[in-house]
Unconditional design. Structure first.
Length: 491
């Protein structure tokens, strides 16, 4: 028997009265007034943790990550604070002078929507002569390449890459290049992912929905067997692997054998439009791109649903969201809309009526507020409409889309409830999400901890339901437990 007694904690979502919480063999076995549970009654091997003043809640969940990309980005050149193409090239030039001349030079995080002058290929040619250079956009929907990188990845992919004078590839061409960039020996990539999992656990995370584009169930089986077991992983399926998933009988929610319950089959991910930052989100005014026509999307979703896979449809612009909801309604599946950044008033109501989950990434609103004000001028009252969705009764879950935003649910909650950052006034504060909805959307749907729960837990020093957005953003995590096993501890 493995047992842990947490003494004198307060539980999120309750009256706050101190309690003793006993965990036995991975489940919450008892909750009683503080000081009334005796560890000797349960055996001398019970670990006692003095947690007076701490708040205990269900472990946190990020409902949308690209975990391999997040792991790799943490080792790439950060250009997120560069305000121009020239500054970005200068940052990469400095890295080239101090780096290994035999490798591809990779930067991450450029946002060119408001740059005074556009990206130009020659800037990267001059930054690192003789070296392939790729800069991945913050939203992952574009890559900026120099001439050598275009030739290199064209050879890797076996086709010419259609970049113009700017050297920028968008959408599927960009995804193909980032996929090639992600190819690394298993031991190297797995080590990076193990570090990322440890960092996530340190922020109270006990589970993620991994929507890596080259998702592979077997890759996660290997990692878990090797000891990367600090998170529950729901591993998504993309159209390129649909035939394989059907053949193997993979169904959303199924536990994968031999992974101690840590790995499940995730949703079926389909990308139907682009992004705001790359200016490819499909909007009702005809801007952007649709990557699936309704005529092709419906039979694709129907095949996945018939095989037991729950759809997760990427749709950012209001035109794409409408078409995605239409397709889900036609197929008769609930599923989720991933991102849902610009919505019509009619579609806000449809989420609740159809039972479709709005899977949102609130920090994107903080990253893209100025870009939205520019490119979606006159429409931002219905951009990232969290309060409207909440009032309509729509189910919402929160995520980061890491590496687009940090894999840190406290950051997501802060952006949801405050819509502010960096000392700026809140952006469209009328669309703030309630603290309760943000908390519920950042867990597995639980608000508090009750007897019988699986002991996926987080301990923090402050009541998250009463914390300000700035306090949420910087929330210390005292402990994280996965089925009662500490994956992070700082108390």
């Amino acid at each position: 028997m493995n047992a842990t007694l947490l003494r004198t904690v307060r539980r999120v979502g309750t009256s706050g009265a101190p309690a003793d919480v006993l965990v036995i063999d991975g489940r919450v076995a008892a909750i009683a007034p503080a000081g009334t549970l005796d560890p000797l009654d349960r055996g001398t091997d019970t670990e006692v943790v003095e947690a007076e003043g701490a708040w205990l809640g269900p472990g946190l969940r990020d409902h949308h990550v690209h975990l391999d990309q997040w792991a790799l980005v943490r080792r790439r050149i950060d250009v997120t604070d560069c305000g121009s193409a020239e500054q970005t090239a200068d940052r990469l030039a400095a890295a080239a002078r101090s780096g290994d001349p035999d490798r591809v030079l990779v930067g991450h995080g450029y946002r060119d929507g408001l740059w005074p002058r556009p990206a130009r290929r020659e800037l990267l040619d001059q930054a690192a002569p003789g070296l392939p250079v790729v800069v991945v956009s913050a939203d992952l929907h574009a890559v900026w390449c120099n001439e050598l990188a275009l030739a290199h990845f064209g050879a890797v992919l076996g086709r010419a890459l259609p970049a113009g004078a700017d050297g920028v590839l968008r959408e599927q061409d960009a995804f193909d290049v980032t996929g090639a960039l992600s190819r690394a020996p298993d031991d190297q990539l797995d080590a990076s992912v193990a570090d990322a999992v440890e960092a996530a656990a340190a922020r109270g995370v006990t589970g993620v929905v991994d929507l890596e584009m080259d998702a592979d169930i077997d890759r996660w089986v290997r990692r878990i067997h090797a000891g990367t077991d600090g998170l529950r992983i729901a591993s998504g399926v993309y159209p390129a692997r649909l035939d394989e998933a059907v053949r193997r009988g993979l169904r959303t929610g199924d536990v994968v054998d031999g992974t101690r319950g840590l790995l499940t089959v995730g949703p079926f991910k389909v990308i139907t439009d682009g992004s705001l930052g790359t200016r490819t989100a499909a909007t009702a005014d005809g801007e952007g791109v649709l990557t699936w026509t309704p005529e092709d999307l419906v039979p694709l979703l129907r095949r996945a649903v018939d095989a037991g896979l729950v759809p997760a449809v990427h749709a950012i612009g209001d035109r794409a969201v409408t078409l995605a909801l239409d397709a889900l309604e036609t197929v008769g599946s609930r599923g989720s809309i991933e991102h849902a950044q610009l919505l019509s008033a009619l579609d806000v109501e449809r989420f609740a009526r159809l039972g479709v989950v709005a899977s949102v990434q609130p920090e994107h609103a903080m990253d893209d507020r100025d870009i939205a004000d520019h490119y979606w001028a006159g429409r931002t009252d219905r951009a990232f409409p969290f309060a409207a969705l909440e009032r309509a009764g729509a189910a919402m879950v929160l995520g980061s889309d890491a590496p687009v935003a940090p894999l840190d649910p406290w950051v997501s909650m802060a952006a949801a409830v405050g819509r502010d950052r960096d000392g700026r006034d809140p952006w469209h504060p009328e669309q703030r999400m309630s603290a309760l909805a943000a908390w519920r959307g950042s867990t597995d749907g639980r608000v508090s901890v009750t007897v019988g729960d699986v002991a996926d837990l987080v301990l923090v020093p402050t009541d998250p339901l009463a914390a300000s957005s700035s306090a949420l953003r910087d929330m210390p995590v005292l402990g994280t437990a996965l089925a009662g096993r500490w994956t992070h501890r700082d108390l």
